[in-house]
Design a protein around this ligand. Structure first.
Ligand code: CP
Length: 311
């Protein structure tokens, strides 16, 4: 693997999932692979799981890790040809090349503006690093995608499914803030590659990019969509069509034990209790969110392993 900025960078998904489960059983088997190699992690936004699981994954492979909260560094310019006489002190052209001298792999987290759709969809932050860095780039959640989370989700479903073709439902849930579409985008894209029966449910107005959802069924009736589900993935996202807006906060869409039925409950975390999902779900045996978060390590580790093998 050269970079992991999108799900399509995985050449063989089923083998990658199997490999990650083997790494989970024996995390230190490839401890020499990353010896004398450094992962530099750049955070433009907050993180708990991505930061710690990716660092752990890199260390399991013997890598050194350096972390930079970019907001503590110089304010970066991404536009070409600008006169940099305002608040931007350094251009990504120099920054990416400089960091490449300290890193063997650069990992980037950069959320969308949720104001300028075209700019967000250009993925200008991660793509600028891909363009100017001279080492591989790893996406730790960009404007439109969270491929490491999606890989961890696929691993979790593969580990837990008792059926050859489980029914998986992704359900929108209310949230007081406008959140990105990156997690549902990548979850849906990932699920489209698996042997599963996928349904999307959300209130009208929360349709995601059709380039992502393609022909996946959308059911605006949550109760109907959830019938006979084996896995229910709950996530808030802001409107894609009325870009970045919270157009509905209907609390009836919160996930409850009654609605969940016998399904496993999934969420990428962090999650707002009793807004997105009630306590009774999160505190039940049906919640697999802690296992999902654990699988973030092995998702990151298999990706780093495949990149290191290609250096
Ligand atoms: N799920 C996830 O990416 O968590 P963090 O934002 O804490 O990294």
């Amino acid at each position: 693997m050269k970079n992991y900025t999108k799900i399509k960078d995985i050449s063989n998904l089923s083998e990658t999932i199997k490999e990650s489960i083997l790494l989970k059983m024996n995390p230190f088997e490839f401890q020499d692979l990353g010896k004398y190699k450094t992962l530099v992690m750049l955070f433009f936004n907050s993180s708990l799981r991505t930061r710690l699981s990716t660092e752990k994954a890199a260390k399991n492979l013997g890598m050194e890790v350096m972390i930079l909260n970019v907001n503590d560094a110089w304010n970066l310019e991404f536009e070409d040809g600008t006169i940099m006489n305002l608040d931007k002190s350094e251009h990504v052209k120099e920054a990416a090349q400089v960091i490449s001298q300290y890193a063997d792999i650069i990992a980037v987290r950069a959320f969308p503006t949720l104001k300028n759709k075209a700019k967000d969809e250009s993925e200008y932050v991660i793509n600028s690093f891909k363009k100017y860095a001279t080492v591989p780039v790893l996406n730790m959640e960009s404007a439109t995608a969270h491929p490491l989370q999606a890989l961890a989700d696929a691993i979790t479903i593969s580990e837990l499914t008792e059926k050859a073709k489980p029914k998986v439902v992704i359900s929108w849930a209310p949230h007081p803030k406008a959140l990105p579409q990156a997690v549902p985008n990548s979850f849906i894209e990932m699920m489209q590659h698996l042997e599963i029966d996928l349904t999307i449910t959300h209130p009208k107005g929360y349709e995601l990019n059709v380039a992502i959802t393609k022909d996946t069924p959308i059911n605006y009736n949550q109760d109907d969509a959830l019938k006979d589900a084996d896995f229910v993935y709950v996530k808030n996202w802001s409107s894609y069509n009325d870009y970045g807006k919270v157009i509905n906060q209907d609390e009836n869409w919160m996930m409850t034990k009654a609605k969940l039925g016998h399904a496993k409950f999934m969420h990428c975390l962090p999650v707002r209790r009793n807004v997105v999902v009630e306590d009774a779900v999160l505190d039940s045996e049906q919640s697999v969110v802690i296992q999902q978060a654990n699988n973030r390590t092995y998702a990151a580790q298999v990706v780093l392993k495949q990149i290191l093998e290609n250096l």
